[in-house]
Write a protein that binds this ligand. Sequence first.
Ligand SMILES: *[C@@H]1O[C@H](CO)[C@@H](O)[C@H](O)[C@H]1NC(C)=O
Length: 178
Amino acid sequence: MEFPAAPTHRGLVPWLGLLLAVFLLAFWILPTTAQFAIVSTNAAEGQDVILRTLNKPSNVARFMWYRGERTNSKNLIMYVTHLRRYRTGSAYSGREAANLKGHLIIKNVTLKDTGMYMVVAILRNLKIEASFGHLNVYQRVKVPTLLPSITTATEKKDAVVITCEMRAPPTVQLKAKG
Ligand SMILES: *[C@@H]1O[C@H](CO)[C@@H](O)[C@H](O)[C@H]1NC(C)=O
């Protein structure tokens, strides 16, 4: 089968083969029943973050979100599906919300929000599915740094490349000839 718009580039064939191999490998590694799982997430401080879950079980009565490790976790928020509302716990900071999709929303994240999160889904048949995930909040780079390619340049001889690094990528290059 051919896609009408497929480019005729030869490089496409090994790519597709590789994708297929990766897909098959992933398929074999995955357990037969897809696990309820929190997607570990990276975010810059100040961002609004959605901590997503995969493979949400059906017929969930409550999603209970906790902050911390298994042995030292604090109630964060509980979403009650039949009420379509959440209730807050002791670790609630006023910036969190939970929803029916089984996601946790944290507004304006700070470095202190970095850590483990746990979600417990209580199903209507009283079965439980749980998962852990990590949120990593990194500091925003505020000050740009100028990085010359060489530290000493001879007048009228050397070309100096000055790289302005804000956040990588992209980088802005300013070329100056001495
Ligand atoms: C986000 O949090 C910082 C403190 O961590 C605060 O100074 C800032 O006003 C907050 N921004 C919003 C939009 O709430």
